[in-house]
Ligand binder design. Structure first.
Ligand code: SF4
Length: 279
């Protein structure tokens, strides 16, 4: 049995919170650069250039790439032969969020749903734990901004609508979102499972590296087809018109109930932040 002290986890979460908000992934940056040659709108190209410049300034000056530094979403992949010592996993993560958002001068965005009273330290975090084989311990920090999260939806479709019905829902969601999720976006799609599982599948789809293929050839084909359709909508970077409305569509799928066809769309803005570490 491998032991991991909570202080290691707190330190890791603190660092991930700051790095995720200040260092945009190379895959996203490369995608901005590649999109420049495909964007026909001069305004769209100008926005893409500004996004590249913004990401470079954020990285070099260690300041957040966006004022909305998000709710703290944490994925934990924990080996079943790991024993957390010195406290609880949840409290270790919460303390890391507290320290990261405090010491990194990141905006605290968590509040009471009715009174809108800010919790003051960006806790509680949204924590998803996967128990896996072995002694590994992986943390993924994915801060999620409100603008793009607000445009996300879960629906329970009639199974008879099939793949065409799912495509219609996904494309329509992006169309109705217009400029609100700060395009160019990444469209995470979860198909199957139950109501809540579909949403989690969609959120996890956002963690996949941009430019990577879906391991399922059929889903890979659908991702490319749906992206083309989305990029024909003309919404463009920041919604000011153009070809590059989305950088990618990522789909996760699993079996569902014979009476159901759950579909979730989790939209990710251009500040596509996630950082991970193995302890
Ligand atoms: S949607 Fe994204 S880019 Fe837009 S304000 Fe929110 S975090 Fe920032």
């Amino acid at each position: 049995m491998r032991e991991i002290h909570v202080n290691q986890i707190t330190r890791a979460i603190r660092d991930l919170a700051i790095r995720a908000n200040t260092e945009l992934g190379e895959d996203v940056l490369n995608c901005f650069k590649e999109s420049l040659s495909r964007e026909e709108s001069p305004t769209g190209r100008d926005i893409l250039l500004r996004l590249i410049e913004n990401a470079e300034i954020a990285r070099s000056e260690q300041i957040p790439m966006c004022q909305d530094t998000g709710l703290a979403v944490v994925f934990v992949e924990m080996g079943q032969d790991v024993h957390i010592v010195g406290g609880t996993l949840r409290e270790a993560i919460e303390e890391g969020v507290r320290q990261g958002y405090g010491e990194g001068y990141l905006r605290k965005s968590a509040c009471h749903p009715f009174t809108r009273q800010n919790t003051g330290d960006n806790t509680p975090a949204v924590i998803h734990i996967d128990l896996v084989a072995g002694e590994g311990f992986k943390l993924i920090f994915a801060p999620k901004g409100g603008g793009s999260e607000n445009m996300s939806r879960v629906t329970m479709l009639t199974p008879a609508v099939g793949v065409e019905g799912v495509k219609e829902f996904v494309v329509q969601r992006v169309k109705e979102s217009g400029p609100n999720p700060c395009p160019p976006t990444i469209v995470g799609v979860g198909i199957g499972g139950t109501f809540e599982q579909a949403a989690l599948l969609a959120k996890k789809a956002l963690l996949r590296s941009l430019g990577s293929d879906n391991p399922d050839p059929e889903l890979d084909r659908l991702e490319k087809e749906w992206l083309e359709e989305i990029n024909r909508l003309g919404i463009g970077p920041q919604g000011l018109g153009g070809r590059i409305t989305s950088l990618a569509v990522h789909v996760n799928m699993m079996p569902c109930h014979i009476a159901s066809l759950p579909v979730a769309v989790n939209i990710q803005c251009h500040a596509a932040r996630h950082k991970e570490v193995e302890l």
